[in-house]
Design a protein around this ligand. Structure first.
Ligand SMILES: Cc1cc2nc3c(=O)[nH]c(=O)nc-3n(C[C@H](O)[C@H](O)[C@H](O)COP(=O)(O)O)c2cc1C
Length: 271
């Protein structure tokens, strides 16, 4: 029924990649399939192409939750999915606050592209804005759950069961989550951009290469003329810790999230 497993994902700080790839490997092991096709559509160049999927593929699609939804910059790209009857598993990562409607929105984008959804999951990754919120997740406990999920998906495929499970989230989707200050006023971080400590920067260009928005100037990496989505790839992946945010509203929001959502958020899967 399945002869190829595909991982298809966007990932700023690699938590989505880890979950999607771990799940794919477990399913492949249980179904004795060697062929895993990996497509990471994080960079603008990668989003110039859309892989064509077909019947016989199982496509594990992953995105981080941004403001409770699928990152809106990905909507045009995910609207072009061509699945031709492939089976699909949507995966949403969230940073300890809430998955909200990200998973069901991703599910619907995959269905609109012609995928038959057989499972889905809401997993937790270290929050992009923080080094303490959901620190180090997905961790060993999460990996065990991902493997258990993978075994159940493989079992379902062996039983030729392609029924679609119910998933967490609301349709119609709720509006994008807005951070608020202590007086309840919205904090607008849309125009916030990262700063660069030039004493630390070694001009390796990694930040400009990995930026999902292609927003950082290659010639002068301290400049971000494009739109920043705050994914924090440049901050968390900088080898010399030269990138940072200093915007007051952004820092307030990040600290508030750390205070409010200190607990361990649990993962959920649906199969
Ligand atoms: C702009 C932005 C908004 C986010 N909004 C949410 C949210 O609404 N709920 C939540 O729990 N996590 C939220 N997160 C955290 C990410 O979903 C989480 O850290 C995820 O693991 C990142 O995936 P990645 O490592 O693949 O980039 C947000 C992250 C960013 C950058």
């Amino acid at each position: 029924m399945i002869n190829r497993i595909c991982t298809f994902y966007f990932t700023g700080t690699d938590t989505t990649k880890t979950v999607v790839q771990t799940l794919a490997q477990e399913i492949a092991k249980n179904l004795e399939i060697d062929d895993i096709f990996d497509y990471n559509f994080t960079t603008p160049e990668a989003r110039e192409e859309m892989p064509i999927f077909s019947e016989g593929d199982l496509v594990i699609t992953g995105v981080p939750t941004i403001a409770g939804r699928v990152p809106n910059l990905l909507l045009p790209y995910l609207g072009k999915i061509e699945a031709n009857g492939a089976l699909g598993v949507p995966i949403g990562l969230f940073g300890n606050r809430n998955i909200d409607d990200c998973l069901v929105e991703l599910r619907d984008l995959m269905k609109n592209g012609g995928m038959n959804i057989i499972a889905g999951g809401a997993f937790v990754g270290e929050h992009s804005f923080s080094e303490i919120l959901a620190k180090g997740r997905p961790d060993n406990k999460d990996i065990e759950i991902i493997k258990e999920f993978g075994k159940k998906i493989a079992e379902k495929i062996k039983n030729e069961d392609i029924s679609e499970p119910e998933m967490v989230g609301e349709v119609p989707y709720r509006i994008y989550y807005t951070p608020r200050d202590r007086h309840g006023n919205g904090i607008d971080i849309r125009k916030v951009k990262p700063k660069t400590d030039m004493e630390k920067c070694i001009d390796c260009k990694l930040c400009a290469e990995i930026c999902p928005m292609g927003a950082i100037d290659f010639k002068d990496v301290s400049q971000t003329p494009g739109i920043c989505m705050k994914c924090c790839a440049c901050i968390k992946k900088c080898p010399t810790d030269a990138k940072y945010f200093d915007d007051e509203g952004y820092l307030y929001h990040a600290h508030e999230l750390e205070d409010l959502y200190e607990r361990r958020a649990e993962v959920e899967y649906f199969v």
